[in-house]
Design a protein around this ligand. Structure first.
Ligand code: FAD
Length: 393
């Protein structure tokens, strides 16, 4: 009978894996994608929805092409239980799927309970995260639009590692750009649990000083521990008040990974880097943000897409009884908008080092932009179009 690969999660890792297993097997392996959301909504570029330069529809794509062009079977449901011994996935709707190989790319879980009061404040719609793009992105945009001129928008950054190292700083930057256009007496406050800006610190700080003098305030080592109304409590500091609170709690691998025993490295999942096979379960491959990263590997869409291609090649090789590629490579580029028309980037290349059984950055590869400029913003738009095409076909 034909081999069947089941993929849990149709985000950057899962959708790419589904597409590449179909491509690399030349349609000879059946792929079932389990994803409850009706459409793919991209986190990359979602900060520009908050600044008003893009609409939610600009970052939303259908899953149709994976189905019609690539022959992926899409089951619009969520996985509720994995039985890695029986090799079955139980769906929330009650049915179950058998697999020969399972791919798990469910993204992150936001740990609301690590900030006192946050779960209730989020449930009531008062404090949003918008760290999974979709309706919350639009809701946060509405909060920013409703904020009076002279108000304060506060974003908190959890301790690393978290999804998208530069994401909070890009968000702070483009919201400052919006304030400058629409409500110039307003302020952006960044409360960072980390000792410094996690990604491209010099470039971000230069942009804030030069583009938004007096508007963006950055406070390192400010760990948010509680929220009460519009007040934010910070470990060993005075409370602060803000009008729009965008509190990002600590993160871990999504619950389906956690509850099925795949989260075997603290808050993340450990994999064999040659294949992305879980070290906790045979024939189960974990991708994307849920994975415990190797040196210098960010939790990014670009990385999840790269993980997926290495895993898909290994899965198809194994199903054919062929050896897996002994020297996989991964690349990453993260563009960040710092203004309405300017952006910066960080790039890296990672190679599998057999002697240490891990990925390491290739010395001399990658680096950061020399300076922000308009060309980088155009490259960022091109990057997004390309990754959407590569992920969704
Ligand atoms: P996701 O893309 O989140 O996909 C997970 C999918 O799994 C979701 O569709 C979810 O519905 C589904 N799922 C969850 N649980 C289940 C279940 N039980 N059953 C079935 N399905 C399930 N990265 C970049 O490279 N460049 C950028 O410019 C960039 N900008 C960003 C900006 C922001 C504001 C944010 C928040 C992130 C940004 N990222 C960026 C990071 C990027 O979005 C993530 O790293 C990427 O989405 C990770 O892919 P993933 O497959 O691990 O998870």
């Amino acid at each position: 009978s034909r081999a069947q690969v089941v993929v849990i999660g149709g985000g950057y890792g899962g959708a790419t894996a589904a597409r590449y297993v179909r491509l690399l097997s030349e349609g000879k392996v059946d792929v079932v994608l389990v994803e409850p959301q009706p459409r793919f909504v991209s986190c990359p570029v979602s900060n520009l929805v908050l600044s008003g330069l893009r609409q939610l529809s600009d970052i939303t794509s259908p899953y149709d092409t994976l189905v019609s062009r690539h022959g992926v079977t899409w089951v619009r449901d969520s996985a509720s239980r994995l039985d890695t011994a029986a090799k079955t996935v139980t769906l929330a709707g009650g049915s179950s799927l058998r697999y020969d190989t399972l791919v798990v790319s469910p993204g992150v879980e936001l740990l609301f309970d690590e900030i006192a009061g946050l779960r209730a404040a989020h449930a009531s719609g008062q404090v949003l995260q918008a760290w999974k793009a979709g309706p919350e992105t639009a809701a946060l945009r509405r909060q920013l639009e409703a904020m009076p001129d002279g108000g304060v928008y506060a974003i908190s950054v959890p301790e690393s590692p978290y999804r998208c190292p530069p994401g909070p700083y890009e968000r702070a930057s483009v919201i400052a750009a919006y304030f400058q256009r629409a409500k110039p007496k307003s302020k952006v406050l960044i409360l960072d649990a980390n000792p410094d800006v996690t990604s491209k610190p010099a470039l971000f700080k230069k942009a804030w000083a030069e583009l938004y003098p007096g508007m963006v305030e950055y406070r390192p080592l400010h760990k948010v521990v509680a929220v009460e109304g519009q007040r934010i409590r910070i470990e060993v500091q005075d409370d602060v008040r803000a009008d729009v609170l965008n509190l990002l709690p600590p993160m871990r691998a999504n619950s389906i990974a956690a509850e099925s025993g795949l989260m075997n490295a603290g808050r993340w999942c450990k994999v064999d880097w040659l294949t992305f096979e879980s070290t906790a379960a045979k024939d189960v491959h974990v991708l994307g943000d849920a994975v415990l990263a190797a040196g210098g590997m960010p939790k990014s869409a670009h990385m999840a897409n790269a993980h997926a291609k290495v895993a898909a090649a290994a899965i198809v090789a194994r199903l054919r009884g062929e050896p897996v590629n002994p020297h996989p490579m991964l690349t990453n580029t993260c563009y960040s908008h710092v203004g309405d028309t300017s952006a910066i980037h960080v790039a890296s290349v990672h190679e599998y080092v057999a002697a240490e059984a891990t990925f390491k950055p290739v010395p001399g590869s990658g680096g950061v932009s020399v300076q922000r400029n308009e060309a980088e913003a155009a490259f960022a738009a091109g990057w997004a179009r390309n990754i959407w095409a590569d992920t969704l076909g």
